[in-house]
Design a protein around this ligand. Sequence first.
Ligand SMILES: [Mg+2]
Length: 292
Amino acid sequence: MIVVTLVAPGPLSPQLVASLVGTLGAHRADRVDEQATDIYVEGDRRAIRETVFTHIHDAPVDAIVQPARTRRKRLLISDMDSTLIGQECIDELAAVHDLKPRVAAITERAMRGELAFADALIERVKLLTGIPESSIETLLDTVITPSPGAAEMIAVAKRNGIRTVLVSGGFMHFAEPVAERLGIDAAFANRLIAADGILTGAVAQPILGADEKKVRLLTECEALGITPEDAIALGDGANDLAMVETAGLGIAYRPKPILAAAADGVLRHCDLTAALYAMGIAPNTESSVSSV
Ligand SMILES: [Mg+2]
């Protein structure tokens, strides 16, 4: 049995639900609350996903398509930049040297999958040479902001017994404080090298890229004694692809096209609490949907 979760940023259109139920020939539709409905349907997951995304087209609603049996999760693993927070930290750091447009252009291409991640990272970090580490604290206080729904998603997930992990191709200088602010259990990221409080323009090896994000997912699953089916992974860019494809539920948040095409759910309209609905948790009441 496949469950299709529709979530809207406001009231979900009953007409849209009814028309999708008809198109899918679905067994049943369970209204979760004003914003969300679960539609249950038998059939091939990929084919159903295709039908759902074609059907909702550009309606202001997000959809997540997954096996109903495994929707409850034990692990939530998420990217940081442009997923849990609204910024790309490396671009904000480059602004200290007035290099934001130049660095942001490289970041954009890397996140679209047009450049090799590690090479692009090394090239950009070189441009950060000479920036004081204290600039990072200033950015954390003034510029870096959690994405809408991020704090609630993490808090509710944890109350539901889900381990939360941040894994970032960005930097521990940001990942550690962001994880602490959001109450995330553990954080993994690259390390900027500094000497006497000044960035040297180097990043520690080995670089944490797409493969390492997937390995972190597998390692966390092993430690919990679960399989990747029991994990949800969230991201926005090309370096999240392997992790999002490997997790039982892969969510793409305001994503680059390469990730949107591969994810089970794409969040273009809703905030991150939509991931809770996907896992069968209604965030407003924290009532749980039983697995089918
Ligand atoms: Mg990202």
